[in-house]
Design a protein around this ligand. Structure first.
Ligand code: NAI
Ligand code: MG
Length: 792
């Protein structure tokens, strides 16, 4: 055969990468892998071990130790011991360490890539060209954050000891995403790789050791979910960072509720991949290959839901099937292979079962007639059509090479289909029309949007989800903030003032008197403050009220809200409320106006504060003035909390936009019933959230007096809803409500609120009305990163 003929046929032969060096490394390390604790290699005390296998061949690569509480205690103690000195190093000194780690990864990049492919089954092309280079990039990039920390994020402290739990789909990359920012910020670490893919983490520990990382700063323990749970529950860990399934994320949310531990969760997804009729079809087809067949579809942000505009659907599917038939599935060490093995037999069964369900529910399953390996855990590229928005395969994360597809007619329909999911991790939009692309990018509820591209990642671009895809960001400035916290001094003040709530007269001069069940005989004209729902004053659903007591007896009645009132308020807050669609300038005008109208009722409010709380006139004036100033302050912020444009490894504008979270529940405490309330609701409104607020239980009347201020200030109906009553009645329905996206708790009820929040994985904040403006802005918003690559 001549060269010419060869070129025409474009046949390919196997081009396997050698596994010789990686095998030699494993042999040198010995079959029974230990863990890396306090700078030493430790074998599990109880001697429990399990095999780690190559999913493409079934070959046992070695055994991994199962850590129990003994090893976790050792690792946490080592991390605790090492932390102060690590934090005390200058940013420059920590930068040198991170840089050294990055360089060590680069020097060993090929052996790490081969080892990762052997342990995980993903193609060598991916580990070599994507995973490992990004690992090195993460460490070198975060050396920069360590260096610049004092300048860029002043007055912040590291959390302390971080417990980190990572999945098997990007073993070393997920480690880098967690380890690099934690170390840069001055934390020390106990990290557990996934049980099926621990080998590169252990090789990494050896690199760090040789690079001179101080002992105890990084501890790597191995084991399965039981070991993970021990980390989550350990009393001496300050922050937990988890990437994995939504189910385990939910368990972790509940287990850490009320513990005061920091928590970031990066969970599952079912991300839309939207192709408009004016898209560059060839690019979109290649994009799909990267979206759903990259890493065999075992990617949290996989573009697993294809939405194609009806006008081009048939030719698009045809072209897609052609492309699928050209995918090569096989030995992942082969450099010419597109798709490798599924991680293990369990995951393979999950994928197969979900596909069976898809067919049973009426979907059409299509797979190309391509050569498949005879042994190992392989699954062919798969396309589902004839599915509906409610189909199991459309709603559930399959975590395999299975694409489901539906069609749409208009951009509006595309957006509603895209958002018809409990997840919100990512989305991909394909259109050559800049208006369509950007408008749809803004309207998809997800943390990362790729315009005319997909699955792009970089150390300097935030990554993380909305909704049940979790909270917190990894990468860049946003990711660094997740490993820092405000200094502890303000926190101890906060705890003190909370404790004071229980005293007779608190430090600030409030008589602490609670609401009471109504007394029998009433004198004077009855005034019962109602609820404020959808801009209208509403009687409580249950028809019950509570008596508000002041230092000199009964003052008035307030409605006793119940579950139904909460539901109605949430309904009003989602409904057709105009607030989130108003721009910052318009929101600012309304907030200024509220301040102005509040000022006009100065005497009335001060009188009410005095009568209700027993404050002195002077203290009541101070509180009142603070409340007016807060409305002005947050009016000022409404159009000033800018996003960023990130500098990444791509020729692209990566635009980080601060978006409202959605519907936020606020539970105020009893201290400073007016200012404490305004200090929480005003920032949320400034950022465009809608709010359901439960004011002070003991002194609710200044909040109910606000109704008239709000009614005369052009605040759109439903933007701020106020439900009075007993926290014991109201927190549970509010925190458990699936349409509430976040909850702020300033009272002592954070444990209950965090536990109840696990249902839809809402963000929670142990809210501090005195937190800095920046902290309150951060808590009021979520970041969406929009990737706009460009090249001619
Ligand atoms: P998993 O969530 O069980 O595993 C992730 C990590 O969590 C592993 O290190 C595991 O040992 C640890 N873990 C398990 N139970 C734990 C517990 N109770 N407390 C603390 N740590 C615990 O995920 P798994 O079972 O490997 O995969 C199941 C499904 O999860 C997949 O089919 C996929 O849908 C999803 N998944 C999503 C990932 C993502 O990146 N979003 C990554 C891995 C899995
Ligand atoms: Mg393995």
């Amino acid at each position: 055969m001549g060269v010419r003929e060869l070129m025409d046929r474009l046949d390919w032969g196997p081009a396997p990468e050698s596994d010789e060096l990686a095998k030699a490394l494993l042999a040198e390390r010995g079959r029974d892998n230990g863990m890396y604790i306090d700078g030493r290699w430790v074998q599990p005390r109880r001697g429990e071990r399990f095999d780690t296998v190559n999913p493409a061949t079934g070959e046992v690569l070695g055994t991994i130790g199962q850590a129990d509480s003994h090893e976790i205690d050792l690792a946490v103690a080592a991390a605790r011991h090492a932390q102060p000195a690590w934090e005390a190093l200058s940013g420059h000194d920590r930068a040198r360490h991170l840089y050294a780690i990055g360089r060590a990864v680069q020097r060993n990049s090929r052996i790490l890539a081969v080892l990762e492919t052997m342990d995980n089954g993903k193609p060598i092309r991916e580990t070599r060209d994507i995973d490992i280079p990004l690992v090195a990039r993460h460490f070198i990039h975060h050396a920069g954050w360590a260096q610049l920390l004092d300048e860029t994020m002043p007055n912040q402290k590291p959390w302390g000891v971080c417990g980190q739990i990572i999945p098997w789909n990007f073993p070393l990359l997920m480690l880098a995403w967690k380890v690099a920012p934690a170390l840069a910020a001055g934390n020390t670490i106990v990290i557990k790789p996934a049980e099926s893919t621990s080998l590169t983490a252990l090789a990494f520990a050896a690199l760090c050791h040789d690079a001179g990382l101080p002992r105890g700063v990084l501890n790597i323990v191995t084991g399965d979910g039981k070991t993970g749970a021990l980390i989550v529950e350990h009393d001496d860990i300050d922050k937990i960072a988890f990437t994995g399934s939504t189910a385990v994320g939910r368990v972790i949310r509940k287990a850490t509720a009320g513990s005061g531990k920091g928590l970031t969760l990066e969970l599952g997804g079912k991300s839309p991949f939207i192709v408009f009729e004016d898209a560059d079809v060839e690019s979109a087809i290649e994009g799909l290959v990267d979206a759903i067949w990259f890493n065999q579809g075992q990617v949290c942000c996989a573009g697993s839901r294809l939405l194609v505009q009806e006008s081009i659907a048939e030719p698009f599917y045809e072209r897609l099937r052609e492309r699928m038939a050209a995918l090569r599935v096989g030995n992942p060490l082969d450099k010419a292979v597109d798709m490798g093995a599924i991680i293990d037999a369990n995951q393979l069964t999950t994928i197969e079962k979900l596909c069976e369900t898809g067919v049973e529910e009426g979907g059409t399953l299509w797979q190309p007639n391509i050569e498949m390996p005879e042994t190992g855990n392989f699954f062919p590229p798969t396309l589902f059509t004839d599915v509906s928005p409610a189909s199991t395969v459309v709603q559930e994360e399959i975590f395999g090479p299975v694409l489901v597809s539906m069609t749409f007619r208009s951009p509006g329909e595309a957006v509603s289909l895209a958002n018809n999911t409990k997840f919100g991790l990512a989305g991909s939009v394909w259109s050559q029309d800049i208006d369509t692309a950007l408008e749809v990018a803004r309207r998809i509820k997800a943390g990362v949007i790729w315009v005319n591209c997909t699955n792009r990642f970089d150390a300097n671009a935030g990554f993380g989800g909305y909704r049940e895809s979790g909270f917190g960001r990894e990468g860049g400035h946003e990711g660094m903030s997740a490993y820092l916290r405000p200094p502890r001094t303000t926190e101890s003040e906060l705890t003190e003032s909370k404790e004071n709530d229980a005293n007779e007269i608190d430090e600030e001069g409030y008589a602490v008197i609670g609401v009471r069940e109504p007394t029998t005989v009433l004198t004077g004209i009855d005034r019962t403050a109602k609820m404020f729902i959808g801009g209208v004053q509403k009687r409580p659903d249950g028809g019950n009220s509570l008596t508000v007591m002041g230092p000199s007896g009964r003052i008035d009645e307030v409605g006793r809200g119940n579950r139904k009132d909460i539901r109605n308020a949430v309904e009003a807050a989602i409904g057709r409320c105009k607030w989130p669609n108003m721009n910052g300038h318009q929101r600012a005008q309304v907030l200024y106006y509220i301040g102005e109208n509040l000022e006009a009722r100065r005497n009335e409010f001060i009188h009410r504060l005095v009568k209700m709380t027993g404050l002195s006139d002077a203290s009541a004036e101070t509180e009142f003035d603070d409340s007016v100033e807060q409305w002005f302050r947050w009016a000022a912020w409404a159009d000033k909390y800018d996003g960023r444009v990130h500098e990444t490894n791509s020729r692209a504008l990566v635009i980080a936009v601060n978006e409202p979270i959605g519907v936020v529940g606020v539970i105020a405490s009893d201290s400073r019933p007016l200012a404490g309330f305004v200090r929480l609701v005003a920032p949320l409104l400034a950022m465009g959230n809608t709010v359901v607020a439960i004011p002070s239980e003991a002194h609710p009347l200044v909040a109910t007096d606000l109704y008239q201020v709000l009614e005369t200030s052009d605040l759109p109906n439903g933007a701020l809803n106020i439900i009075t009553g007993l926290r014991a009645d109201l927190i549970e329905p509010l925190a458990a409500h699936d349409a509430v996206d976040a909850i702020w708790v300033a009272s002592d009820d954070i444990t209950l609120a965090q536990t109840m929040s696990a249902g839809n994985m809402k963000r929670t904040w142990d809210a501090n009305p005195d937190a800095s403006d920046i902290e309150r802005l951060r808590q009021s918003s979520q970041v969406k990163n929009i990737w706009l690559p460009h090249a001619i």
